[in-house]
Design a protein. Structure first.
Length: 264
């Protein structure tokens, strides 16, 4: 629990043998932040002095490294809203980058641009959030929820909350999508770029969905080539100009309809 701006590490469960048995409080004054500035210099300063650092504009603290002897697991995620290329060190992080790109309130964002550091019982500890983003005018520090929630993870979130409270950051934890949600998001993500659109085609297609109908029938009504029209329909769903039921697999036979201002 957080008490008066402090985080306290509780003894880990017996199965979590790697966790530290600190039992000592951490305050904002105990926390430093490490990052790489605009000029490529590694810098470390007290987190209480980091309120004005534009982390969402900075490069990753370290570039993700592929597993030795394997083809890279480093996955780049292009942010269509800001034209930024994010280097993600895991598929879970990359899948959360898709969620960020679908959020219209998210502006500039960076993958892994900071690391929080503190000491306890003579040892150094750290946590590195997956992303920092500007969202609705505020700086948001974003973590990817691990597959297993350990005492160590919960403690790190408490330390992060203490740091964030001191400098006015928001903290958010993203759960990577899976199953049908992930399949649909990846399909829409592939059609997110507006660069290949011909002027006016999107409006012509959107006008075919004033009432619910299948995507395939709307494409035919707009007199568009099927494959081009499908990609364009998925692009309109990505940008929330069309709705569909994303709880079921997205196909050309899915029903879609024009948005009326609400968020999908």
């Amino acid at each position: 629990m957080l008490e008066q701006g402090h985080a306290r590490l509780r003894p880990a469960a017996p199965a979590d043998e790697g966790a530290d048995m600190l039992g000592i409080p951490v305050s904002a004054g105990d926390i430093a932040v490490l990052y790489v500035d605009r000029f490529g210099r590694r810098r470390e300063l007290a987190v209480t002095r980091a309120a004005e650092v534009p982390f969402e504009e900075l490069a990753p603290l370290d570039r993700p490294i592929p597993y030795p002897g394997r083809q890279s697991f480093v996955t780049h995620a292009w942010a269509s809203a800001t034209d930024q290329l994010l280097a993600c060190g895991s598929l879970r992080q990359q899948h959360c980058a898709i969620l960020l790109d679908r959020d219209p309130a998210v502006g500039l964002r960076s993958a892994g641009p900071m690391e929080l550091r503190w000491s306890g019982q003579g040892r150094r500890h750290s946590v590195r959030p997956a992303f920092v983003a500007s969202r609705a005018g505020q700086r948001e520090v974003i973590c990817v929820q691990p597959e297993e929630l350990t005492d160590q993870w919960r403690y790190e979130q408490e330390v992060l909350a203490v740091a964030a409270s001191a400098v006015g950051w928001q903290v958010r934890v993203l759960v990577p999508p899976d199953g049908v949600e992930l399949d649909n998001l990846q399909l829409l993500y592939a059609a997110r770029s507006p660069r290949w659109l011909t002027a006016g085609q999107d409006q012509v297609l959107a006008e075919q969905f004033t009432s619910p109908r299948t995507i395939r029938s709307g494409v035919r009504a707009a007199a568009l080539p099927l494959l081009l029209g499908l990609d364009l329909a998925y692009h309109l769903i990505w940008t929330r100009r069309l709705h569909t039921d994303t709880s079921i697999p997205l196909t050309p036979s899915s029903t879609a309809w024009a948005c009326t201002g609400e968020v999908a």
